[in-house]
Design a protein around this ligand. Structure first.
Ligand code: DCT
Ligand code: MG
Length: 490
C-alpha cells in the first residue's frame, strides 16, 4: 500500500455540534485504514496530504485549520468521508473526484444524499462575465490568483491591455471556483483559460510556484514601477517618464530636485508611509462618521454611502470611497466646497482636489469599459486622529514629550456627488470591483445591445434611457440575477 497517501481524520472538537465525526467512529475508521495499509496521523503534521471530514462544511474545516495555525490550506486535499469510503472499497487511495471534495458553495454531498440530488459543479456553465458569477471574498485559489495579478500588473505597466485583462479575467474565474484547483482537469471547460494562463497554472500545480511571476517580481522595471505607482498621484505614464530618465527608486525621485512634482504627488510623498499602510474597517467607520456629520450639517437629508471595497465586505482598503446624493428637492452644487472648507477650518484636511462635474443632460453613456465618470468629486487626504496609546508603563524613566508623538493617520478619501436620479448607477459603478464593473458594461453591450456607465443605461434597440432607482432595477433591466455587493469581489 502506498505510504504516500497520508490521511488526517477530523474529529469532534469542543464548540462544534455533534454533526461531526465522534471519537469512537474516528478511532474505528483510523484502524480500518491502517489495516488496509494507509498511513493515518493522529496529529496534524507537515506530512499530512489528505484531510478527511465527515459532515463538516468547507468553511468549518478551514476555520479549524486556521485554529491549528495553518494559513495555506491548499497544501492539503480537503475531502469528504465519501472519498475515504471509496478508498476502503478499492483498497488503495483513489483519485479524488469533484464529488469528494469539500467546497465553498454548498456542502459536498454527504453519503446519505443520492448523488443525483446533489448539484454538481458544471465548468461549461460558468459564464465568461463576472456579473453572472457570485464571487465572495473566500478565495480557494489564492496561490494562482496572486500569480495572475502579478502578471497582469506587469502587463499594465507595459500598457499591454489585452494580456493584462487576460490574466485579470482568469484570476476572476478562479476566485469564483468553489474548490481549489489541484490538477489541470479541474479547469477543463472553464472560460478565460488561455494558453498563457494554463502554463502558469500547470507550473504552480507541479512546482508550487510560478517562475514567470517570480521573474516579474525580480524584474528591475517592474520593481521600479511598483514603487513609483505606490505614490498617490503617480500612474503608469509618470512612472514610464521617470524610468526612462534612469530613476529607479523613490529615493532617486526624492533626491532629484529638478523633477517637477504635481501638488498631488507632493502630498503622496509627504504622507507616503500612512498612505501605503492599508485603511482598516475601524478607520473607515471613523471616517464615515466624520463625512456623515459634516455633510449633514449642510444637507440634513443627504444620503452618504460607503462604496468601493468596504461595501463589498473587505476588511481593508487603499482608500475609502463615499457616494453622496440628496433625495430632497433641494440641490446644492456647493456642498462639496462647503464640506472641504469646514474640514480645512477644523484642521482635518491634508490635501484635496475637487473635480467639477462635466455631465451634460441626456449625455450618451460611455462605451469605454474603463471610462472615468463625469460626477463632481473630490480626491482628499484626511487627518484621522487616533486615540493615544498609553505608554506610561515604559515611559516613566524617559520623559518623552507626548506632543511629539504622532497621534493621527493620513487617510485617502474619495467623495463622489451624484444627482439622485443617477444614484443607483453611481452606486453600482463605485461599488466595483473593477472587474465586475468592466464585465457588466461588456455584458450590456455584447449581450443586450445596451450601454451602461456610472450615470445611465441606454437601450440602443429601443433608443431610450432606462431609469432605475435601485441597483436591483439595473440588474433587472439587463436580465441579470441580482448580485449582492459582497458577491461582486470578482
Ligand atoms: N471606479 C469607477 N470610476 C473611477 C474609479 C473607480 O467607477 N474613476 C470604481 C471601480 C471600483 C470602485 O470605483 C472603487 O475604486 P477603488 O477604490 O480603486 O477600488 P476598491 O475596490 O475600493 O479597492 P481598494 O480597497 O483598494 O480601495
Ligand atoms: Mg476603494
Amino acid at each position: 500500500m502506498s505510504s504516500l497517501s497520508l490521511l488526517y481524520l477530523m474529529c469532534q472538537t469542543p464548540g462544534y455540534s455533534q454533526r461531526k465525526m465522534g471519537m469512537t467512529r474516528r478511532t474505528f475508521l483510523m484502524e480500518l485504514a491502517r489495516k488496509k495499509g494507509f498511513r493515518v496521523e493522529s496529529e496534524l503534521s507537515d506530512s499530512v496530504t489528505h484531510i478527511v471530514a465527515e459532515k463538516n462544511s468547507y468553511p468549518e474545516v478551514l476555520d479549524w485549520l486556521r485554529g491549528q495555525g495553518v494559513g495555506d490550506s491548499s497544501r492539503f486535499e480537503l475531502l469528504d468521508i465519501s472519498w475515504f469510503t471509496a478508498c476502503m472499497e478499492a483498497g488503495r487511495p483513489v483519485d479524488s473526484e469533484m464529488k469528494h471534495r469539500l467546497m465553498e458553495q454548498g456542502y459536498s454531498p454527504p453519503l446519505n444524499i443520492p448523488e443525483s440530488e446533489a448539484l454538481p459543479f458544471v465548468a461549461s456553465k460558468v459564464s465568461q462575465y463576472s456579473c453572472q458569477r457570485k464571487t465572495t471574498l473566500n478565495n480557494c485559489n489564492k496561490k494562482f490568483t496572486d500569480a495572475f495579478e502579478i502578471m497582469a500588473e506587469n502587463y499594465e505597466f507595459k500598457e499591454n491591455e489585452i494580456f493584462c485583462l487576460e490574466f485579470l479575467r482568469a484570476a476572476s474565474v478562479l476566485k469564483f471556483l468553489p474548490f481549489p484547483v489541484i490538477r489541470m482537469k479541474d479547469i477543463q471547460g472553464l472560460p478565460c483559460m488561455g494558453d498563457r494562463v494554463r502554463d502558469v497554472i500547470e507550473e504552480i500545480i507541479e512546482e508550487g510556484e510560478s517562475s514567470r511571476a517570480k521573474e516579474v517580481l525580480n524584474d528591475e522595471r517592474y520593481k521600479s514601477f511598483k514603487q513609483f505607482t505606490s505614490v498617490f498621484g503617480v500612474g503608469v505614464k509618470t512612472s514610464e517618464k521617470w524610468y526612462r530618465m534612469g530613476l529607479r527608486t523613490l529615493e532617486d525621485i526624492k533626491a532629484d530636485k529638478s523633477l517637477k512634482l504635481s501638488k498631488m504627488q507632493k502630498a503622496g510623498f509627504l504622507y507616503y508611509e500612512d498612505l501605503v499602510s492599508c485603511v482598516s474597517k475601524a478607520e473607515a467607520d471613523a471616517v464615515s462618521l466624520i463625512v456623515r456629520n459634516t455633510v449633514c450639517t449642510f444637507l440634513p437629508d443627504a444620503l452618504v454611502t460607503i462604496t468601493g471595497g468596504f461595501r463589498r465586505g473587505k476588511k481593508t482598503g487603499h482608500d475609502i470611497d463615499f457616494l453622496i446624493t440628496n433625495p430632497g428637492p433641494r440641490e446644492d452644487d456647493d456642498l462639496l466646497h462647503k464640506v472641504v472648507d469646514l474640514w480645512k477650518k477644523q484642521g482635518l484636511l491634508l490635501y484635496c482636489d475637487i473635480i467639477e462635474s462635466t455631465f451634460l443632460k441626456e449625455q450618451m453613456p460611455s462605451r469605454k469599459v474603463d471610462a472615468m465618470d463625469s460626477f463632481q468629486k473630490c480626491f482628499a487626504i484626511l487627518k484621522l486622529c487616533q486615540p493615544r496609546v498609553d505608554n506610561s508603563c515604559y515611559n516613566t524613566s524617559k520623559n518623552i514629550d507626548m506632543a511629539e508623538v504622532k497621534d493621527w493617520k493620513a487617510i485617502r478619501v474619495d467623495l463622489i456627488i451624484a444627482p439622485f436620479e443617477q444614484y443607483a448607477f453611481a452606486l453600482l459603478g463605485w461599488t466595483g470591483s473593477r472587474q465586475f464593473g468592466r464585465d457588466l458594461r461588456r455584458y450590456a453591450i455584447h449581450e443586450k445591445k445596451m450601454i451602461l456607465d456610472n450615470h445611465a443605461l441606454y437601450d440602443r434597440k429601443k433608443r431610450i434611457f432606462l431609469k432605475a432607482r435601485s441597483e436591483e432595477e439595473i440588474f433587472a433591466h439587463l436580465d441579470l440575477d441580482y448580485v449582492e455587493p459582497w458577491e461582486r469581489n470578482a
